[in-house]
Design a protein around this ligand. Structure first.
Ligand code: SF4
Length: 244
């Protein structure tokens, strides 16, 4: 697949990768990002999701708003489950993408050991860290990727620790593909997902995704504040990091 164009993006406008009537808050960044991911892969993927907003959003079994197969798994286990799943489907001759879609808490904190293990083994999975910078689903507690001085319910005077740079930590694992992206730049994110799928082995994308209730902002502003970190850290968010 080549670089995505605006007309190609419009082509997906009517495709329902996520059905209406989800349990997400209005303006939820995870729905936006997951839809962009499904666009990039034309809806052909198997997904593993640990505990978090994305496991609540599709509704309760036997119903689901997601149009692709999803395994909902305990908080710390998604990279391990995805490792087993990808080996099983490859054994059966299926080459399609196995994707972990996890929040920042599941990635940088609770699931970090299994993430590190899967990266170290260079498992053939695509790992997306959808980073809304706190544990939003359980009440806006600070996570390892909450920014320095940011307000959360566990850092009422501002977080005193710096944000963990998970993409850089993944680079240190010497995996073949690491990128950063933002839901505010869908064509860039889609391009990076497609580029990742051309690489065999462990692929990691840090996807920045601000959450209206957690960031105490209007629903309509999900996309707009993305410009701030993009401007503050030029060359990081929205850029491609290649590892040779
Ligand atoms: S709390 Fe934030 S991330 Fe979770 S469903 Fe609501 S808007 Fe989405």
């Amino acid at each position: 697949m080549g670089m995505v164009t605006m007309s190609e993006l419009h082509k997906y406008g009517r495709t329902k990768f996520i059905m209406p009537g989800t349990a997400a808050c209005p303006g939820c960044p995870l729905q936006v990002g997951m839809r962009q991911l499904a666009m990039a892969l034309d809806g052909k993927l198997a997904m593993v999701i640990p505990a978090g907003c994305s496991s609540v959003i599709p509704g309760t079994a036997p119903h689901t708003a997601y149009s692709f197969p999803v395994l909902h798994v305990p908080f710390a286990s998604s990279p391990a489950v995805a490792s087993g799943l990808v080996r099983a489907v490859r054994q059966r001759g299926i080459n399609g993408p196995v994707v972990v879609w996890a929040g920042d808490g599941a990635t940088a904190d609770i699931g970090f050991a299994t993430l590190s293990g899967a990266a170290y083994r260079n498992e053939d999975i695509l790992y997306i860290m959808a980073d809304n910078e706190a544990y939003m689903n359980t009440g806006i507690q600070a996570s390892g990727t909450t920014s320095w001085m940011a307000w959360t319910t566990t850092s009422p005077r501002g977080k005193t620790e710096d944000k963990k740079d998970v993409a850089l930590i993944m680079l240190m694992h010497k995996v073949p593909y690491v990128a950063t992206a933002s839901i505010a730049y869908p064509m860039d994110f889609i391009d990076k997902v497609r580029r990742a799928m051309q690489v065999k082995g462990f692929k990691f994308i840090h996807l920045h995704a601000p959450c209206p209730p957690g960031w105490r902002m209007e629903d309509a502003y999900t996309i707009r504040p993305q410009g701030l970190p993009l401007r503050l850290v030029p060359g990081f968010y929205g850029s491609i990091i290649r590892v040779s």
